[in-house]
Design a protein around this ligand. Structure first.
Ligand code: ADP
Ligand code: GLC
Length: 488
């Protein structure tokens, strides 16, 4: 057996401490799965204000250090919590940067000093290792907010013997968010000016956190095999396709998993009744509950299409807006939980009034309601323009809520098209990003829904899918082992 590894996972958000999307879910589950494989796993996150709402004990620890950002010096204090009392979670405190209403911003607008905030965080990650005398074999970084860590390791800390054996993995959860800031951000970072070059941090004359992660990490991963190929093309490479193609040998696509302790209809405490593939009665109770929650006036055998999503272009929201009326005319009801762009929010608020009784909308972030929609709907729609992985379609599968998705990225890799002839498959997929394709696929789904025995068989297929983390943790461990063999 190979030796136990010291692994530090770093990200800008992690469940249950802070969450805006799937990155947080991954940070809440992957570390535990690695821990279960007998490794010394720890997590580091910013200590935002919302951390205090998470119902977990957060203990201050007696560790303080100063972090330079530009010509200022900012004090950081560490606090400590855990995942399931097993994995230590360090929270990097600094009231000026993190004790704010939002995580990245408020009311759809990013904080103006996000470059400073995440320079601070990147530096604090390495200073925390020093202060804790925890020198990881592997630092697993996630998304642009942590992209400068490998850059500091290979510059400022290059001669620090303690980090001599440390290797870095950088995971791309979403290539479209790159953390690109004005050129003079290099000054704030304290990195040498020489790194602001074409083969360094410069990206179209901006300073790019993402490029830092992509160039300076030992290995790269992204969140599904299909997305790993898509990001090497101009369509979805967001300008980084050349660089990614260059690093193709170092890039792996590893699907995300599902934390079945959180997302399991048999034990979920957030839904009105539990159910399983062999006893579906509770699912009908969940549907009735959903109808009541959203004041729908439809009969209980009306198919309900659910969505829980950030309201952003990525998620195909304009397609839904375009297709909504036709979907409802096909005899379906629609419920949506989401927050995001003001235009999208106001469209759906108005749609709820216009199609009262058939269309329910909640504009907020609500963990409990997200479980209730996933449990109580019949179909779950994820019509994304692009999708690195997507988690909600996998959650829906487990609850026998049939995904209807666009065949891109992780959606392509996790949903199997239903085959009428054999009864195989787990959902419905369409290719073209257009209303016609979406409606065609929906017609197929709604037609099958009329034959309850076939629909039940499809639900059973869906509920039998298994995206548990233990197998995925093994794939990451292989990548970590590969990283350890990389030259420094
Ligand atoms: P992304 O990270 O791109 O937003 P994912 O499908 O990977 O997409 O993950 C989204 C996560 O955020 C899921 O856990 C989903 O349930 C949750 N989520 C999204 N919007 C909301 C909301 N308004 N309320 C509660 N949970 C939400
Ligand atoms: C990003 C992606 C999403 C993925 C999540 C977790 O937010 O948009 O597809 O599931 O990260 O990796």
């Amino acid at each position: 057996m190979s030796k136990s590894l010291k692994i530090l996972l770093a990200a800008s958000e992690g469940h249950p401490f802070s969450k805006t999307g799937g990155l947080a879910d991954v940070m809440g589950a992957l570390p535990m799965a690695l821990y279960e494989k007998n490794h010394d796993v720890r997590v580091i996150l910013p200590k935002y204000r919302c951390v205090t709402d998470c119902k977990k004990a957060i203990e201050p620890i007696d560790i303080e250090f100063n972090i330079p950002v530009g010509s200022d010096s900012h004090k950081s204090r560490l606090a400590k919590s855990d995942l399931a009392e097993k994995v230590p979670v360090y929270l990097v405190g600094n009231d000026f940067f993190f004790n704010r209403e939002g995580i990245y911003g408020t009311h759809g607008t990013d904080y103006k000093d996000n470059a400073e905030r995440f320079i601070f965080f990147c530096r604090a990650i390495l200073e925390s290792c020093k202060a804790l005398s925890f020198y990881p074999d592997v630092i697993h970084l996630n998304d642009w907010h942590t992209g400068l860590v490998p850059v500091y390791l290979k510059s400022e800390y290059a001669h620090d013997e303690n980090f001599k054996s440390t290797r870095t993995i950088f995971s791309i959860h979403n290539l479209a968010y790159q953390g690109n800031y004005p050129a003079d951000t290099i000054k704030l970072s304290g990195l040498p000016d020489s790194l602001f070059s074409h083969d360094g941090l410069e990206f179209y004359n901006q300073f790019s956190f993402m490029k830092g992660g992509l160039i300076y990490s030992d290995l790269l991963t992204t969140m599904s095999p299909t997305y790993s190929k898509e990001i090497m093309t101009p369509e979805l490479g967001c300008g980084m396709e050349g660089l990614l193609k260059h690093r193709e040998q170092d890039l792996s696509g590893i699907l995300n998993g599902v934390d079945y302790a959180e997302w399991n209809p048999e034990s979920d405490p957030r839904i009105i009744a539990n159910f399983s593939a062999t006893n579906l009665k509770g699912k009908l109770d969940c549907k009735r509950d959903l109808i009541q929650t959203f004041s729908l006036t439809v009969a209980v055998d009306t198919p309900i299409i659910g969505m829980v999503t950030r309201l952003s272009e990525q998620k195909g929201i304009d397609l839904v807006m375009d297709a909504l009326e036709e979907m409802l005319n096909l005899g379906a009801a629609f419920v949506l939980l989401g927050t995001g762009s003001p235009e999208h929010e106001s469209f759906f608020q108005k749609a709820m009034e216009k199609y009262a009784g058939k269309c329910g909308v909640r504009i907020k972030f609500d963990e409990t309601l997200s479980h209730q929609i996933i449990a109580g709907s019949d179909l779950f729609m994820v019509p994304s323009r692009y999708e690195p992985c997507g988690l909600t379609q996998m959650y829906a599968l487990k609850y026998g809520t049939i995904p209807l998705v666009r065949a891109v990225g992780g959606l392509q890799d996790t949903v199997k098209e239903y085959q009428a002839k054999t009864g195989e498959g787990s959902g419905f997929k369409f290719n073209q990003y257009e209303k016609k394709a979406l409606i065609k696929s929906m017609n197929k789904a709604l037609a099958l829904y009329q034959t309850q025995s076939a629909w039940k068989n499809l639900m059973k297929n869906a509920m039998e899918e298994n995206f548990g983390w233990p197998r995925i943790a093994d794939q990451y461990l292989q990548i970590y082992q590969k990283a350890l063999r990389c030259e420094r």
